[in-house]
Write a protein that binds this ligand. Structure first.
Ligand code: SAH
Length: 257
């Protein structure tokens, strides 16, 4: 069956953007989990500089702004997401301390040692976990933090179907100890690691999508690409319910040494 399901890389970016623009989040997570990850970070003041890389429309960035001081820059590759990000920031009256910018995470335009905190929920896989940790480190001050959520295996072994799915969408997925080791090797102290609870997927990621899918299919009735894209999303959801004891998202927090 998995052979018939297209890879997400094969779909039209405009369609993907349209679909995800209608959602508050573009990846698994929740406001509670953003606040929990933030509780491990103790160096922030009004002068702090924070970057949220792969911020999407800013669901988690708005939570950050509500719970942390400092100037926040949201970075995303897609202009439609950044437009929504800036609208969301203005709605909450954060326009003086938040700014969304279109840029690519593999070619960021920060100064060396400019940042106190790098945040990235469900997005570092786009550059790869290790590469992101290594390339972004120079932008952090010594003692600055990195907080990222990343798809991870919970067990050493897993059924072939879920293994093959992840090898096709993100071969960089790895076990929690291996990820922690990568953090240490990249020049950070692994400060905290915790698994995202199931409701970050079910309630905050899949439930809003189920509603959005109906509207999206109605709007694009007869469009085979749109139908295949939704079939892919639904397949991903079913796999999660079937195999959730083997994988999920994990928050990793490191401090630059
Ligand atoms: N952090 C958000 C979005 C996660 S989805 C959330 O948790 O809801 C991953 C995001 O990474 C998307 O918004 C996508 O547009 C962005 N992205 C993908 N490739 C990128 C790149 N090269 N540079 C910056 N952002 C990128």
């Amino acid at each position: 069956m998995s052979n018939e399901i297209k890879s997400i890389h094969e779909f039209d970016f405009n369609l993907i953007c349209e679909y995800y623009s209608s959602l508050e989040r573009q990846g698994p997570g929740s406001p509670e989990i953003t606040v929990k990850a933030l509780s491990f970070i103790d160096n922030l003041t009004d002068e702090s500089r924070i970057a949220d890389i792969g911020c999407g429309t800013g669901g988690q960035t708005m939570v950050l702004a509500q719970h942390a001081p400092g100037q926040i820059t949201g970075i995303d590759l897609f202009p439609a997401f950044i437009d929504l990000f800036n609208l969301n920031a203005a709605k909450l009256n954060f326009q003086d301390r938040m700014k969304g910018i279109v840029d690519s995470m593999d070619n960021l335009h920060f100064q060396d040692e400019e940042l106190d905190l790098i945040w990235s929920e469900g997005a570092i896989y786009n550059i790869g976990f290790e590469r992101g940790l290594n390339e972004w480190r120079k932008f952090l001050k010594t003692g600055g933090y990195i907080a990222v959520s990343e798809a991870s295996w919970f067990t050493e072994k897993r059924p072939a179907e879920i293994d093959e799915f992840w090898q096709s969408v993100y071969p960089g997925i790895d076990t929690i100890p291996n990820k922690v080791n990568q953090i240490q090797k990249a020049g950070y102290i692994p400060v905290a690691t915790f698994m995202l609870p199931e409701n970050c997927w079910t309630e905050h990621f899949f439930a809003p999508q189920a509603r959005a899918q109906e509207a999206f299919l109605k709007k694009h009735a007869g469009n085979v690409t749109a139908e295949e894209f939704i079939a892919f999303e639904r397949h991903e959801t079913q796999l999660y319910y079937r195999y959730k004891e083997y994988y999920g998202y994990v928050f990793y927090i490191g401090r630059k040494i």
